[in-house]
Design a binder for this molecule. Structure first.
Ligand code: ATP
Ligand code: MG
Length: 557
């Protein structure tokens, strides 16, 4: 990234189009929208679209609407509406207007009547199966439905009876009259309205017919005077239909649809339907499970809005489909937390250490820095006493030469405290080491030696007397397959080790009061945040300090 790009969103082909449209006077201001269907929680892929749409409105001093695309009542729910609103607010984007496609149901209906009157739409009685048959294939043209010959009056009559609820689900469809031999299958008389006797979360039982996505979306865009309607590549082949509808109905504006590649992240899934399955089948602990790529899951895991935005900047916006490495997302949060997280000490797998020559009953307050590279973040006191806990893997009975931590006869620095040397250890009846016996050097207080004696290893610790107990959740990739969505059954590729719960951790006492939005680095073990859903003291590891998978991925390439 060049210096001039710093702190600004990198440009992309969509931003260039918009800039050109503003420069040429085609538009005097830009208006975008983010159009989620409220049938699930938002995920990291949606974040890409949110950052793009809201980011453009911000940077070009335009506007961005939030529009719920709620035309599929059976799958939609108010819980999702509320979750989507709170996720966008948490990402700190402000919409100009909040709309629902259902607000336009009457207008959409009136436009459909107009299309019928112009001979551009007809009511069809073919069954779903017949429609499929008549549609043709990529190689073969479709054929006209017999009902295509209905008179305008017949169509008007049938459509109004569809609307009044006279027919059963699926008995009729309203279809656009375009071209059954079009090379683009989307243009072979696509459905505009279907009969569905379903209760809608906002319009109740008012409508027994619901407009189709392709018909609703473009008209909603036009009614809101959207200038650039940004969507993902799978809608590229729908663009001729988007334009056809807007050419035929009399809306004041005709937005430009521009497609970009979806975000696809390795080792996870970004499909609301599949995420829903994971949640409802109990493979994860709700939509905000910290292993999920949902915005609420990432938040509970300890991701920050700025890390998510930084990630979206880094991956960019193009027309080329690609898979993004998990490491890219993890680097964004690591960089953010490296800057801002408060450093503390926490022992994940405690091993008791008794410092034999430290006075019984003595307790010292030592000074620890909250962020060694940022003195302005201040210091805190930590208690030191005769019995402490260290990380179990900081001791080895048979240590190789290059092991710079504890073993009998080896000396290490206890962070912010003293040098200690291990003299002995105690095992339980199973042969497991349960306690180390050490000697400390009183002259090394604060962690440096007056005689210039160097130690290679520095380890973290907590005082046994003052430490608090906590549970820690360590997360790993949710799937063992890089593209689970492409497999026959993605649930077969769930990683059995995606969650490891450590329930005997020992932390600095101040962490008892941690709130769920303060981020910590537990020195040497990673970045952590207090879990927002547990009643007891539980921390989630947001990300480790280094990318443990980098080596493994390289070997697999
Ligand atoms: P899903 O497959 O997860 O249900 P969707 O496209 O059906 O996704 P919508 O609620 O319709 O979900 O999405 C709202 C907006 O977010 C759309 O404009 C859509 O193109 C965009 N979007 C969804 N998924 C991604 C993604 N992975 N990358 C970029 N944009 C996305
Ligand atoms: Mg969709």
């Amino acid at each position: 990234m060049s210096a001039e790009d710093e702190n600004t969103t990198p440009t992309n082909f969509i931003r260039n189009i918009i800039q050109d449209d503003l420069d040429s006077g085609k538009h005097s201001s830009v208006q975008t929208r983010f159009p989620p269907e409220p049938n699930g929680y938002l995920h990291i892929g949606h974040a890409k679209s949110i950052c793009l749409n809201f980011g453009i409105a911000q940077d070009f001093k335009g506007k961005c609407n939030l529009r719920f695309d709620d035309t599929n009542p059976e799958k939609e729910d108010n819980e999702y509406v509320n979750a989507i609103i709170s996720d966008i607010e948490w990402l700190d984007f402000q919409w100009n207007n909040l709309h629902y496609s259902s607000d336009y149901f009457q207008q959409l209906y009136d436009f459909a009547v107009e299309l019928i009157k112009q001979g551009k739409a007809y009511v069809d009685s073919l069954s779903a199966e017949e429609i499929r048959e008549y549609r043709g294939t990529l190689k073969e043209p479709g054929k006209n439905s017999p009902d295509r010959q209905h008179s305008i009056d017949e169509n008007l009559d049938l459509f109004s009876r569809m609307r009044s609820g006279e027919f059963r689900d699926g008995e009729y469809l309203l279809r656009a009259k375009i071209d059954m031999s079009s090379p683009n299958i989307n243009m072979r008389d696509p459905a505009l309205y279907r009969i569905k006797h379903a209760h809608h979360q906002r319009t109740g039982d008012e409508w027994p017919i619901y407009p189709m996505y392709d018909y609703t979306h473009c008209i909603s865009d036009a009614l809101e005077n959207i200038t650039h309607s940004l969507c993902t590549l799978e809608f590229e082949d729908h663009r001729p239909l988007y334009d056809w509808v807007l050419d035929e109905v009399k809306t004041a504006s005709h937005p430009q649809q521009i497609e970009f590649a979806r975000l696809q992240l390795k080792y996870t899934i970004t499909s609301k339907r599949k995420l829903n399955q994971l949640v409802s089948d109990g493979h994860v602990d709700g939509w905000d499970d910290p292993r999920l790529p949902t915005i609420s899951g990432l938040r509970r895991r300890g991701y920050t809005p700025s890390a998510i935005k930084d990630f979206c900047d880094r991956i960019g916006v193009t027309k080329k489909d690609s898979f993004i490495e998990v490491a890219v997302l993890e680097n964004s949060i690591r960089e953010d937390l490296n800057e801002h997280a408060i450093r503390v000490m926490g022992v994940l797998n405690p091993l008791k250490v008794t410092i034999e020559n430290y006075p019984d009953g003595q307790n010292e307050e030592l000074i620890a820095q909250n962020h060694p590279q940022k003195p302005e973040m201040g210091t805190r006191n930590i208690s030191f006493s005769k019995v402490i806990y260290i990380e179990r893997n900081d001791f080895l009975e048979d240590a190789p030469k290059k092991f710079f931590r504890l073993s009998v006869g080896r000396e290490v620095r206890l962070r912010y405290a003293y040098y200690i040397t291990c003299t002995d250890f105690i095992k339980d009846e199973n042969g497991e080491v349960i306690e180390l016996i050490c000697q400390y050097d009183p002259a090394t207080k604060g962690g440096s030696s007056p005689d210039g004696r160097k130690v290679k290893g520095t380890i973290h610790w907590v005082s046994a007397e003052y430490a608090i107990d906590a549970k820690i959740n360590l997360y790993d990739r949710l799937f063992t397959h890089p593209n689970p969505a492409a497999t026959d059954d993605f649930t077969e590729h769930l990683n059995p080790d995606s969650l490891q719960v450590l329930d005997n951790c020992k932390l600095e006492p101040a962490l008892a009061d941690a709130t769920t939005d303060v981020h910590y680095q537990f020195e040497r073990t990673g970045y952590f945040v207090r879990d927002a859903r547990s009643e007891d003291l539980t921390f989630n590891r947001t990300v480790s300090l280094r990318d443990a998978w980098a080596k493994i991925d390289k070997q697999n390439q």
